[in-house]
Write a protein that binds this ligand. Structure first.
Ligand code: PBE
Length: 301
């Protein structure tokens, strides 16, 4: 019995020691005098595999010659990424993340976008509203509201922040609608009320899309619609509108981030144009990584 315990302990030690060693190589504070790659095991901390920013980052690793140097993109989730970022910043450790705006990560953490001289991520993006074909004639009231729906990054961030602080998204949407009657009135002015007609929206559970989808859904409810919203991966979301299984989505980041899906399903949906201007996507690092300012610096510094 005792022997068994000692043996177990011995093997556990064998397992744990290299684990600790592996961790400690990334647990050091950022050192601007050493190359950045080895300090973070050549890893970019990413989010869910289906996100456009993940595809763009794979392209960036190729185009900037980072893939050849064994840089890799780690898949996780927005929640896991922001929690890893939070811990890294508390210890002043180096980290490179996939970052985008609007998002509370840029208000909550001292981070900056890396310059993208090869323009892999594109400059500014807009978020578009995409509806199914035939919606205009089937549900003209909803179509008008969806067509008019637009807001700005500050307004979207306000809803996101409430949800990030733990509020239920539908409640956050209701509060925002109540506080912004003028903006909402721009979308609904003169539109006839309906009585319990069903409409379905699909979305991906990214913070920004949780905010926008819940606000639009609530405005449509206030108009008299019976609205269901369903979260799913990005590809099925596009397919749902293309096949008319869903009526609308407000989650198309263009021209680049959702660009592949836009191209794949072109002709099978109606693009109602931008509902938000001034979005941005790229790689980001904490501001204390003062000598890392461009994606090129990941290779050279
Ligand atoms: N995002 C947020 C998404 C779009 C919205 C930037 C994480 C993406 O596809 O990358």
């Amino acid at each position: 019995m005792k022997k068994l315990k000692i043996a177990t302990l011995f093997f556990l030690t064998l397992l744990i020691v290299p684990l600790i060693a592996a961790c400690s190589s990334t647990a050091q504070p950022y050192n601007s005098k050493e190359k950045i790659g080895p300090q973070i095991n050549y890893t970019v901390t990413g989010i869910d595999a289906g996100a456009g920013i993940m595809a763009s980052t794979q392209n960036a690793l190729k185009d900037y010659g980072l893939e050849k140097k064994n840089w890799q993109l780690q898949t996780s989730s927005t929640a896991a990424m922001t929690s890893t970022l939070d811990k890294a910043i508390k210890d002043k450790r180096p980290i490179v993340i996939t970052g985008w705006q609007p998002h509370w990560m840029f208000t909550k953490f001292p981070i900056k976008f890396l310059k993208d001289p090869k323009n892999v991520y594109g400059k500014e993006e807009s978020i578009h509203t995409i509806v199914r074909q035939g919606l205009k004639s089937d549900m003209p009231e909803a179509y008008t509201i969806l067509d008019r729906f637009h807001w700005n990054p500050t307004q979207m961030s306000a809803v996101m922040l409430k949800v990030n602080n733990g509020m239920d998204p539908q409640k956050a949407a209701k509060q925002w609608i109540k506080a912004n009657p003028d903006r909402v009135n721009e979308w609904t002015k003169g539109v006839k009320k309906v009585h319990g007609k069903s409409i379905k929206m699909t979305y991906v559970a990214w913070d920004s899309e949780i905010a926008s989808t819940n606000v639009v859904a609530q405005v449509l409810r206030d108009q008299g619609y019976k609205v269901t919203i369903q979260a799913m991966e990005q590809q099925p979301m596009w397919a749902s509108v293309a096949t008319k299984a869903a009526d609308a989505q407000v989650s198309a980041w263009l021209p680049k981030t959702s660009g592949l899906f836009y191209k794949d399903y072109k002709g099978k949906f109606v693009d109602l144009g931008a509902n938000l201007h001034g979005a941005k996507v790229g790689l980001a690092v904490p501001k204390y990584m003062t000598n890392i300012n461009s994606i090129d610096d990941l290779k050279n510094k």
